[in-house]
Design a protein around this ligand. Structure first.
Ligand code: GAR
Length: 209
């Protein structure tokens, strides 16, 4: 059965665009993007969805009194949209235990570093690249992983390394990591999932035939 992919976004949505392009070129097998949900009504990612006739929704943390109310509402929305796979593509709101347990090993996040480096609370967007440059590492990259209750701690599906160059700024490095790693491994991980090629054994994602 073709899987329904629901993509969660907060910003520009270049990873969403990579997924849309991969879908159009046939890289994503056995799945299609059926809905894009944004934490931010102004996110340009919503335009990308609309330009491709993909259903959209907005859910804002601040519209709910307590975190659990938000967590339950997001879970209900994903169930209503018949999500088989949830992809966090630059989604900057933390997920709670209700949604994580309901979609165990069915939520894939893209992180712009080689986990376990430069990850966990507070490491998102440009901050990740700033930290890598401050440390002076020679290699960074991106990681596609399943989401569990530990921030950036779920089973790793795919990683790709990217070289740091002299004179890199966080912005320049972010762009290179996106182009060389994120926009490739995220669609690849999604396609593997949709074809049931990823098994989670003892918290490790094992990729098979
Ligand atoms: C991407 O670099 C993604 O890896 C990162 O935010 C950016 C979103 O860009 N996500 C995180 O830092 C999550 N911790 P996009 O909206 O253009 O896809």
């Amino acid at each position: 059965m073709m899987k329904n992919i629901v993509v969660l976004v907060s910003g520009g949505g270049t990873n969403l665009q990579a997924l849309i392009d991969a879908q159009n070129s046939g890289i994503i097998k056995n799945g299609r993007i059926t809905c894009v949900i944004s934490s931010n009504p102004e996110a340009y990612a919503l335009e990308r969805a609309k330009n491709n006739s993909i259903d959209t929704a907005v859910i804002r943390r601040k519209d709910f009194a307590g975190f659990d109310d938000y967590d339950r509402a997001l879970t209900d929305l994903l169930i209503e949209k018949n999500a088989d796979l949830v992809v966090l593509a630059g989604f900057l709101t933390i997920l709670g235990h209700i949604v994580i347990s309901r979609f165990e090993n069915k939520i894939i996040n893209i992180h712009p570093a080689l986990i376990p480096s430069f990850c966990g609370e507070g490491f998102y967007g440009l901050r990740v690249h700033k930290a890598a440059l401050e440390k002076g590492v020679k290699l960074t990259g991106a990681t596609a992983h399943f989401v569990n209750e530990e921030c950036d701690g779920g089973p790793i599906i795919l990683q790709k390394a990217v070289e740091i160059q002299n004179g890199d700024t966080p912005e320049v490095l972010q762009k290179r990591v996106m182009q060389q790693a994120e926009w490739k491994i995220l669609p690849e991980a999604v396609s593997l999932f949709c074809q049931d090629k990823i098994k989670v054994i003892d918290n490790h994602a094992v990729i098979g035939e």
